[in-house]
Design a protein around this ligand. Structure first.
Ligand SMILES: [Zn+2]
Length: 306
């Protein structure tokens, strides 16, 4: 089946929690998710869904349990999107790329374990999670999963843990900005990838002023990490979220939404759609590697001990 005229996904901060409620998938202060506009000119499907809009929203299991790396889900459909294949499920523990955090990798398999779909990319589009990858070579597509069949999900633990540590380190650094007198700067973009993590800030500050705080920032971050503290994620009514975040939430979070708020230890909470360590101490140690300024944007780069 060839489908054309599929409306490209609109960059959105809204997603569904799988229960029909709209949730703000937010990204904090430090991790603004900006889903890129991807034009899907053709979508070949073996399924009964005539357009992408008809696909049911995926329940984001990692929203409620950030540390679940094994789960079961119900297979919905398998799509061919230009050169890529995607598996759609009713729920997922796979974190899609976004909010500055890379996608999870892993495996989706049948109960016998002989049919496997190797996941090498994951994206969230209009509330639907697309698990991209390929089937193992033992089977043709016709004998792959059937609609309603239970499949077993397994997330690559090593990759997830590194990404979670990097993401949490970005939040720790952001919390420490206040402690070194830079709390007036507003986070604009977070990039928590292993190849050069950074957070960009807007606001009035000179490069000299920023660089003079580099060592203090690194010291405060490492003190916070070594002291440790539980990390929690909760989906809260707007009013409660506002309170947990110190009375301020970004404008892009609708006031009638229930945002997901991540809180590290006793720090103020912040809206975030990502996955984190269970305790700040798991980050290990971090380094503020570079501070640069370009066109009024401050870019603070950091790394963690691998
Ligand atoms: Zn975040």
């Amino acid at each position: 089946m060839i489908l054309t005229g599929v409306r490209p996904p609109i960059p959105s901060l809204l997603s569904s929690n799988g229960h029909g409620n709209k949730l703000a998938v937010i990204l904090l202060r430090t991790c603004l998710r900006r889903i890129p506009v991807t034009r899907i000119n053709s979508l070949r499907s073996l399924s009964v869904f005539p357009t992408m809009e008809d696909l049911p929203a995926t329940k984001l299991t990692y929203y409620d349990d950030m540390w679940k790396l094994l789960s079961a889900a119900s297979f919905i459909t398998h799509l061919k999107e230009e050169a890529r294949e995607a598996v759609i499920l009713d729920s997922t523990i796979f974190h899609p790329q976004g909010g500055g955090q890379p996608a999870d990798h892993g495996v989706i398999a049948n109960s016998e374990g002989d049919i496997k779909f190797i996941v090498d990319d994951v994206r969230l589009k209009n509330g639907v999670v697309f698990h991209y990858g390929s089937f193992n070579l033992l089977y043709e597509r016709e004998v792959a999963f059937e609609r309603g069949q239970q499949v077993h999900l397994s997330v690559d633990e090593k990759r997830r843990k590194l990404n979670a540590r990097l993401h949490s380190a970005g939040h720790v650094m952001d919390a420490c900005m206040r402690l070194v007198g830079l709390g007036h700067l507003e986070p604009a973009k977070g990039y928590h990838f292993p190849d050069g993590a950074f957070v960009e800030y807007k606001g009035t500050v000179t490069l000299n002023e920023l660089q003079s705080k580099q060592k203090d920032l690194e010291k405060e971050a490492n003190v916070m990490i070594s002291n440790g503290g539980k990390v929690t994620a909760s989906i809260l009514p707007y009013k409660e979220a506002l309170e947990l975040c110190g009375g301020s939430l970004p404008d892009y979070i609708p006031k009638d939404s229930s945002p997901r708020i991540v809180q590290l230890g006793n720090n103020l909470g912040c809206p975030c759609g990502g996955t984190h360590v269970a305790d700040m101490s798991e980050i290990g140690s971090m380094k503020i590697s570079q501070i640069r300024m370009k066109k009024g944007i401050a870019k603070i780069s950091y790394s963690i001990e691998l």
